[in-house]
Design a protein. Structure first.
Length: 288
């Protein structure tokens, strides 16, 4: 069967920059997820956990790329054209292809609409059917070419489009370089956060008059001077609130139950990183 080029072919609005929109979206998602992953934590900076999370972010972005690429390929193949005898269209969705054939003698009216100059639509009205609405940049050119001479019935309409991906083969090496740089930056940022982790400066003995609060590097603590009959004391630093949470088990004898009962309790202590001081019960404990 012969192939006939269309007189005017219209593509989906923004299809010429859709690849840039998708790639920019991927970049924004990557930066936001990486920032959230590397900057949000509680307690000591979990370097290996952050790197593991970053690996899952990369995997997620690769999956998201293939989804975006799938929609992109559907968009670049979607078209509406006018020939000498009919209006023909191919509309692609994931797993779906819709073909439209509207003979010129079935069309009652053609309208074009422009919204804010850039959002342009073509509306084709036909007998006993709903209007066909197609968002495209060259809607006026399509309308002007709609009434042309007929073609031979045995000719097939050719959908000319460039079959390409979001990332072309010629750009793979550049993408590889960019991914290498991003990976290096991710590791550097992770190492910087690990090295500059304020948790490393917190452990030590903090004193107020004759009372001491001892915070150990392994996360354990000693609060003999402010709490009696406790055990399993641990501390954790909340970076966003700039405070310490000290948790411990407290044992007491219950005459009602006639036995010792252990309950978990906690102390919220303000920590001033700059001055290396703890503030508890309106008392300021300074680091020795």
């Amino acid at each position: 069967m012969k192939k006939e080029k269309a007189l005017v072919t219209s593509r989906v609005l923004f299809v010429s920059i859709l690849d840039k929109i998708y790639l920019l979206s991927l970049a924004i998602i990557f930066v936001s997820m990486t920032y959230s992953n590397l900057s949000t934590y509680y307690g000591s900076y979990p370097f290996w956990e952050k790197m593991s999370n970053q690996l899952f972010i990369f995997i997620f972005l690769v999956i998201l790329y293939f989804i975006f690429n799938w929609f992109y390929k559907c968009a670049i193949k979607t078209m509406l054209c006018v020939t000498k005898k009919e209006v023909y269209g191919e509309i692609y969705f994931p797993f779906i292809k819709i073909e439209k054939n509207i003979p010129l003698n079935k069309i009652t009216k053609v309208s074009t609409y422009n919204y804010f100059w850039i959002f342009r639509a073509l509306v084709i009205y036909q007998y006993n059917k709903l209007p066909l609405i197609f968002f495209t940049w060259n809607n006026k050119e399509f309308k002007n070419k709609l009434r042309e001479l007929i073609i031979e019935a045995d000719e097939e309409i050719e959908n000319e489009f460039e079959n390409k991906n979001l990332i072309s083969r010629n750009n793979i090496k550049y993408i590889g370089i960019i991914l290498g740089i991003l990976t290096g930056l991710t590791v550097i940022i992770g190492l910087y956060n690990y090295i500059s982790d304020p948790i490393k400066r917190i452990p030590g003995t903090y004193s107020y008059e004759d009372k001491n609060i001892i915070l150990n590097k392994d996360g354990s603590c000693n609060i003999d001077d402010i709490v009696d009959s406790y055990h399993n004391c641990t501390w954790e630093y909340n970076k966003s609130l700039e405070s310490l949470s000290i948790e411990y088990d407290y044992s007491y004898f219950s005459y009602y139950a006639n036995k010792y009962i252990t309950s978990s309790r906690s102390l919220d202590v303000d920590y001033v990183l700059k001055d290396k001081t703890l503030i508890y019960d309106d008392d300021t404990y300074k680091k020795n």
